[in-house]
Structures are given as C-alpha cells and as structure tokens.
Design a protein around this ligand. Structure first.
Ligand code: HEC
Length: 115
C-alpha cells in the first residue's frame, strides 16, 4: 500500500517538473488530481489509502462546518496532531522543489462541500 503511494507520488514529481515551470504555473486542479486525489479522492471522498491515514471526507457537511479556512491553511502549512499527516506545503516543496501558496487549495476543498 505504502509503496504504491510512494511510486504514485514519485511519478507525480516527474510529471510535475515538466508541467510547472514556475510557481505561477501551479494549478490547484492539476495538483489535486495528481497528488491530493491519492488520499482525498477525485470526488473529495477519501480513497482506501486515504482512509488508512485518517483523511476526512471533504463532501461531509459537518466536516466542512467544523473547520474555518484559517484552520485548513494552518493544517496544510504546519500539520495537525494526526501523526500520519504531513503538511502538504512541505510535501510539495520536497517532492517538486517549488514553494506553493497552499491557500490556492482552500476553495478547491470547499468546493467538494454541499452547495
Ligand atoms: C498521503 C495522503 C495524503 C495526501 C497525498 C494529501 N493529504 Fe490531505 N490529508 C491527509 C490526512 C490523513 C488528513 C487528516 C489530517 C487530520 O485529520 O489531522 C488530511 C487532511 C487534509 C485537510 C484538512 C485539514 C484539517 O484541518 O482538517 C486538507 C485541507 C487537506 N488534507 C488538503 C490536501 C491537499 C490540498 C492535498 C494535495 C496538495 C492533500 N491534502 C494531499 C492525507 C493526505
């Protein structure tokens, strides 16, 4: 399981280095589809791997209500108390060597919630 994920993440890095030439090119939809979806699912519902790590269901109205945008930002930059969770800012920086403004992912995550 872990290996599949690592291979996936590595592959993402290779693809990404072709796609993104600069920070300005980081497209939240593209990155979500290639990286975040490994755990969070293309539809915002956690994948099997995601569930093993304890990923939330982004389509759950109660989950959406339980977090402010600031909390999401903080989790994405500093991490949470879930030891399986790596702050995605660090993950992206390490894998791809680009510094990302993770606030671009807040609307993306919110969009999975009930309209
Ligand atoms: C390796 C699996 C994995 C990947 C890849 C991943 N996440 Fe997560 N994510 C998690 C887990 C596990 C949690 C739950 C953390 C917690 O509840 O403490 C989480 C939680 C979150 C949260 C909610 C934080 C909170 O305060 O509750 C957001 C937002 C999020 N991820 C965004 C992203 C985005 C955007 C990406 C892609 C750039 C991404 N994640 C990639 C596993 C992953």
């Amino acid at each position: 399981m872990k290996r599949t994920l690592l291979v996936g993440v590595f592959f993402f890095g290779v693809v990404f280095s072709f796609v993104a030439e600069s920070k300005a090119d980081v497209n939240p939809d593209q990155v979500y589809g290639m990286l975040c979806a490994l755990c969070h699912g293309a539809d915002g519902q956690p994948t099997k791997q995601g569930k093993q790590f304890g990923s939330p269901d982004f389509t759950d109205v109660n989950w959406q209500k339980s977090k402010t945008d600031d909390q999401l930002l903080l989790s994405m930059t500093k991490g949470t108390d879930n030891p399986n969770y790596r702050p995605i800012k660090d993950m992206i920086e390490e894998l791809l060597g680009v510094s990302v403004d993770v606030s671009i992912f807040v609307p993306k995550v919110r969009n999975f919630g009930p309209k």
